[in-house]
Design a protein around this ligand. Structure first.
Ligand SMILES: Cc1cc2nc3c(=O)[nH]c(=O)nc-3n(C[C@H](O)[C@H](O)[C@H](O)COP(=O)(O)O)c2cc1C
Length: 341
């Protein structure tokens, strides 16, 4: 497979001008300029997580760094739509910086993007909104986003309060949604990319599969744990907060699950243990047992620490092999008249 081959052309490859219909979604603390630029150079589009930067000016510097390293290839910014506890609008300043810096692609997630959509669209930004359910996808489509990602139960991060498996979610969404559609949740191989296209999606989004890329800055010990992990090494938690999360099974996660069991609804007891800074520290030190780290069931496919481009090459080769296999299995039905004769 040559680096420049374009075996797939879908509405997603057209929308972003990318080589493969794969999006590398936002990853808190980890989707930084170096990683997102590596994704761009590999012919996909990645979204730099705005919430990982301490303030909007740091995001501005991050966008500039990413642009310097991405060889003119497209990249985007992931913006979490949320209301802060003190009522401060932390979203608009991030959008302002993205617009000022000429960012063309934004991935929104977390909540309804309606309040920010006009500003983004007026600036000519292509908005991809990510949701954990078909009804939210329909809502986003009606609001006027350009594309939508539906996330199934297998996903790392937030699979929704009523998680639905990716296999069901994909087809249910494809039968309902008219705008370009991405499917995510447990997807880490080219075979699955082909399956998603067969189910009616225009592409896939991946998070967990890329966590073992060399360009992810986290400690090697954490990546080695991911390489060793199988499909049963993640678990759901925080259901009692209606903020369900899929994370790597660790001692810290087991402790939180016990708290949820013993003190259901006691958010105050949970808060100190689920602070993002705990996760950031674990990525730094490699002491993953002491943190709640988002991770999807597709971790089973993260089998080697290697450059991101090598992961993408393997996914591409798998997708091409899956297409060839399907083609070999398929015999077009003869025309009805021919059969009758
Ligand atoms: C470590 C990690 C951090 C994540 N952080 C974010 C985030 O900050 N914002 C976001 O929109 N999604 C976040 N997600 C979700 C991913 O963007 C993506 O939807 C998910 O990983 C797809 O499922 P997969 O993990 O099975 O590939 C995170 C996922 C992981 C694994």
């Amino acid at each position: 497979m040559t680096a420049m081959s374009m075996p797939f052309k879908t509405r997603i490859t057209d929308l972003y001008g990318i080589r493969l219909p794969i999006v590398a979604s936002g990853l808190m603390w980890l989707a930084d300029p170096g990683y997102v630029a590596a994704v761009a150079r590999a012919g996909l589009i990645g979204f730099m997580t705005a919430a990982s930067f301490p303030d909007p000016q740091a995001l501005r510097a991050g966008i500039r760094r990413c642009r310097e390293q991405s060889e003119g290839k497209p990249f985007g910014v992931n913006i979490m739509i949320r209301t802060s506890r003190d009522g401060t609008d932390r979203v608009t300043p991030l959008i302002d910086v993205a617009i000022e810096e000429g960012v063309r692609f934004v991935e929104t997630a977390g909540n309804n993007p309606e309040a920010y959509l006009k500003r983004l669209k007026d600036a000519g930004i292509v908005v991809l909104h990510k949701v954990p359910g078909v009804r939210y996808a329909k809502k986003a489509e009606a609001l006027g986003v350009d594309a939508v990602t539906v996330v199934g139960a297998e996903a790392g991060g937030h699979p929704g309060v009523e998680p639905v498996g990716t296999m069901v979610m994909a087809v249910a969404a494809a039968r309902t949604i008219r705008i370009p559609l991405l499917v995510a949740g447990g997807i880490g191989t080219g075979d699955q990319l082909v399956a998603a296209l067969a189910m009616g999606a225009d592409g896939v989004a991946m998070g967990t599969r890329f966590l073992v890329a060399e360009e992810i800055w986290a400690h090697r010990q954490y990546k080695e744990r991911l390489v060793a992990a199988g499909e049963t090494d993640t678990t759901l938690l925080l259901q009692t907060m209606r903020n369900t999360q899929r994370a790597l099974k660790t001692a810290h996660v087991a402790m939180i699950q016990q708290l949820e069991k013993n003190q259901p609804g006691d958010t105050t007891a949970l808060l100190p243990h689920i602070m993002g800074t705990v996760g950031r520290k674990a990525y730094e030190t490699g002491d993953y047992e002491q943190a709640m780290l988002s991770c999807g069931q597709g971790v089973v496919f993260a089998d080697r620490i290697e450059p991101l481009s090598a992961i993408v090459d393997r996914v591409e080769a798998e997708a091409c092999a899956a297409m060839a296999r399907l083609t070999g299995l398929y015999r077009a039905p003869q025309a009805a008249a021919g059969r009758a004769a």
